[in-house]
Write a protein that binds this ligand. Structure first.
Ligand SMILES: *[C@@H]1O[C@H](CO)[C@@H](O)[C@H](O)[C@H]1NC(C)=O
Ligand SMILES: *[C@@H]1O[C@H](CO)[C@@H](O)[C@H](O)[C@H]1NC(C)=O
Ligand SMILES: *[C@@H]1O[C@H](CO)[C@@H](O)[C@H](O)[C@H]1NC(C)=O
Ligand SMILES: *[C@@H]1O[C@H](CO)[C@@H](O)[C@H](O)[C@H]1NC(C)=O
Ligand SMILES: *[C@@H]1O[C@H](CO)[C@@H](O)[C@H](O)[C@H]1NC(C)=O
Ligand SMILES: *[C@@H]1O[C@H](CO)[C@@H](O)[C@H](O)[C@H]1NC(C)=O
Ligand SMILES: *[C@@H]1O[C@H](CO)[C@@H](O)[C@H](O)[C@H]1NC(C)=O
Ligand SMILES: *[C@@H]1O[C@H](CO)[C@@H](O)[C@H](O)[C@H]1NC(C)=O
Ligand SMILES: *[C@@H]1O[C@H](CO)[C@@H](O)[C@H](O)[C@H]1NC(C)=O
Length: 399
């Protein structure tokens, strides 16, 4: 009180009033740049979100403490770093998306997403923090659990999953195929199909031309030599009977495999008849961009190893791939590869699907608008309570 009255009497002097104003102005200019920086780091869409938050739309919150997570930055900061902010414009249902942890308490999100990789660190949240019985806690990952033991370390109870598994509540896949006469607008957005005619929606894959232009060899691009599968022995054995050209950070068949730039990578993928699409783990439904983007989208036939044969049959187009375990040995497999390389008729057999179906393939290993649109639709349409009582068992379907 004494302090206040002495301050006020001090403040009555006009000189001191001016002093205060000057101090405020100086402080403002000191902190302004960092405020501005913070505001801009949110990205234009998040600024929009804060100005236009709509109480009546379902809110999806990405709950992660890792501010350097690549996906988090891509979808939270948006276009600044070549990323992409979640956008529901093309989605038949509308939701809102937030990356701000304080929204967990303040805005009661209907869906809370957790990245699998985040469970590597002790996690603050427990099941008791669930704010309403309607809130869905969702496990999100597109990597196989076998390389990420931290996934099962989470002690949270999840209501839904968003993974590559076909029995996930929302499928986060690497690609799919649909009948040419069907349209799937949201999925079409930014998905790639290098052999799609704009005019007719028919395939531009010219079987005769591709048959003579492509090398009668297998392309193999490997970045990582560490693997839990025996894919390196298999490739070495196959290379004895049929030539494999290897590129990337891991050298096995070449003394020093060339690392390709993005541009060279794209060019190279169009040059071969076959592509070695070996997954880094053998998990149910784990069929990645190696088969979809690297091989099928670029017009080559994937030689696959990873999930079981029925998984491949369900997920890849009919007669579009070679399942390695069908062959007794690599010499038998090489015979079939020669059969395909030398007979246009047999080559055609493996590309026949292109007449009736087309590919929808993500350029990178995740695709955001489509994924979040499917999640948003499900939030509107599916009100059944659900939770995974043994999530770890559900997840670890690997050999
Ligand atoms: C909020 O969303 C609802 C439902 O989509 C919509 O009807 C309403 O117009 C929106 N309100 C504002 C202020 O945008
Ligand atoms: C955050 O994510 C990045 C990239 O995904 C990863 O390299 C890093 O280890 C993560 N940090 C923590 C603390 O989890
Ligand atoms: C699309 O074509 C398939 C045969 O390829 C046919 O069974 C189906 O009825 C067609 N669908 C539409 C919507 O035309
Ligand atoms: C091609 O397909 C798209 C969506 O799948 C559709 O909107 C468009 O009208 C089709 N174009 C032609 C020429 O059929
Ligand atoms: C087909 O459409 C894409 C995207 O709209 C465009 O970039 C491309 O030039 C078109 N191709 C032809 C041959 O018209
Ligand atoms: C591979 O298996 C076939 C039988 O399917 C056999 O005739 C051939 O000798 C085997 N080749 C090698 C190298 O083991
Ligand atoms: C060549 O491949 C086709 C299609 O898989 C098969 O029907 C045929 O028996 C094969 N021919 C030889 C000589 O292996
Ligand atoms: C989510 O899971 C929790 C824990 O099992 C459960 O109590 C809750 O009812 C579930 N909510 C929904 C919407 O499924
Ligand atoms: C979940 O399943 C695994 C593997 O089947 C089993 O070892 C574990 O005891 C189960 N946990 C619970 C809580 O039932």
């Amino acid at each position: 009180m004494i302090f206040l009255t002495s301050f006020l009497s001090w403040f009555y002097s006009w000189k001191n009033k001016i002093l205060i104003v000057i101090i405020i102005v100086i402080l403002y200019f000191c902190f302004y740049p960092s405020l501005l920086f913070y505001y801009h780091s949110l990205g234009p869409s998040l600024i929009f979100y804060y100005k236009h938050f709509n109480q009546s739309l379902p809110l999806i919150l990405l709950y992660t403490h890792n501010r350097s997570h690549k996906t988090r930055n891509n979808i939270c900061r948006g276009t600044r770093n070549g990323g992409h902010v979640v956008n529901f414009e093309r989605c038949p249902k509308k939701c809102q998306f937030s990356c701000q942890l304080q929204d967990f308490k303040q805005r009661s999100p209907l869906a809370v997403l957790f990245f699998g990789e985040d469970f590597y660190w002790p996690f603050q949240l427990t099941d008791q923090d669930r704010l309403s019985y309607k809130q869905r806690w969702i496990f999100w990952s597109w990597e196989a659990p076998i390389n990420h033991p931290e996934y099962s370390r989470s002690r949270l109870t999840f209501n839904w999953t968003m993974t590559y598994r076909q029995d996930s509540d929302i499928i986060h896949d690497y690609g799919r195929y649909i009948a040419r006469n069907l349209s799937y607008t949201i999925r079409d957005y930014q998905a790639v199909d290098f052999y799609l005619s704009n005019e007719t929606n028919q395939s531009t894959f010219d079987v005769g031309k591709e048959f003579s232009a492509r090398e009668n060899k297998i392309l193999w691009i490997v970045s990582n030599c560490k693997t839990r599968t025996n894919r390196h022995q298999i490739a070495t054995e196959l290379n004895k009977y049929f030539p494999i050209d290897q590129y990337g950070g891991c050298s096995l068949l070449n003394k020093k495999a060339k690392i390709l730039s993005t541009n060279e990578f794209e060019q190279t993928l169009f040059k071969y008849k076959f592509y070695l699409a070996f997954e880094n783990s053998n998990c149910q439904d784990y069929i990645t961009g190696k088969a979809f983007y690297n091989a099928l989208a670029h017009g080559s036939i994937p030689i696959v190893l990873g999930a079981n044969e029925n998984n491949y049959k369900n997920i890849l187009p009919p007669n579009s791939f070679i399942y390695i375990q069908r062959y007794k040995n690599m010499s038998d497999l090489a015979n079939q590869l020669r059969n395909i390389s030398q007979n246009l008729y047999v080559f055609k057999f493996y590309h026949q699907w292109r007449i009736h179906y087309r590919l929808i393939v993500w350029p990178s290993n995740y695709f955001i608008d489509d994924l979040f649109c499917n999640l948003c639709i499900k939030l509107y349409e599916d009100e059944k309570p659900k939770s995974y009582n043994n999530f770890s068992r559900w997840l670890n379907q690997c050999k």
